[in-house]
Design a protein around this ligand. Sequence first.
Ligand SMILES: NC(=O)c1ccc[n+]([C@@H]2O[C@H](COP(=O)([O-])OP(=O)(O)OC[C@H]3O[C@@H](n4cnc5c(N)ncnc54)[C@H](OP(=O)(O)O)[C@@H]3O)[C@@H](O)[C@H]2O)c1
Length: 252
Amino acid sequence: MHIKLNNKVVLVTGASRGIGREIAKQLGAAGAKVAVHYGRSSEEAVSLCKEIGRGAEAFRADLADAGEAHALFKNVVAEYGQIDILVNNAGIAVLSEVEGEYDEWLSDWNRTMDINTRASAILIRSAIPHFKQHGGGKIINIASRAAFRGDTEEYLAYAASKGAMVSLSRSVARAYGKENITSFVIAPGFVRTDMAQDAIDAYGEDYVVGGLALNKLTEPKDVAPMVVLLASGLADHATGNSIDINAASYVH
Ligand SMILES: NC(=O)c1ccc[n+]([C@@H]2O[C@H](COP(=O)([O-])OP(=O)(O)OC[C@H]3O[C@@H](n4cnc5c(N)ncnc54)[C@H](OP(=O)(O)O)[C@@H]3O)[C@@H](O)[C@H]2O)c1
């Protein structure tokens, strides 16, 4: 199977680092024109665009801000004329003590929902009419096994934000499939990125790997090929699905 994404424009959120960076690289290697979204890591985003080539450009937006999330889709369309595939990857995992100070907990909850869920919903809302106008499109949402398994007490907001992403994705798949719009979820477990590093540091890599069925920690390069496959259209009849990529640490 040889996947070619030539003439496809893909917006990858949170492409400056971690999983999103590898997704952007592999989509670019398959021929796509990649809109590399970033929040704070501008140098990383610009260097990635150079590495990918093929017209890849960096777009800044703080996804905690609804207005910036809304403008992001428009800015990419203004530059490239269209978007064919949206990858909602940007996210945060904030450690927040349930029994800690209420105001702090509420602020963590709101920030998590704003970035992980609301920004994804805003981008999806922008994508739907655009995709309808252009004969279809694909949405690939990077959620987490936490959406299905749940998480520890410090990550209630994180798990809930990813659960919302799953039901949002399934609803879009059901509602817009006839318009050639497909929507998928990928549910990773621990992946070696800055986000997972705190847990790896706290518990040790052996402990984290001990929870997996395989002998090594999942890397971004183990997640990205599935995104390329879903983006290709070869798996359209899996629309609505959530695909576990977590080394059998939680299979739903
Ligand atoms: N790593 C894991 O173990 C794991 C497991 C399950 C699911 N996931 C999910 O996979 C996705 C990627 O995670 P990762 O591990 O690659 O995380 P990461 O290394 O921490 O990277 C996060 C990315 O999201 C962007 N981002 C965060 N907050 C933002 C904001 N307010 N505005 C704009 N961009 C923002 C960052 O951009 P800047 O640096 O440019 O601000 C960065 O590119 C997330 O949705 C995460 O929940 C990760």
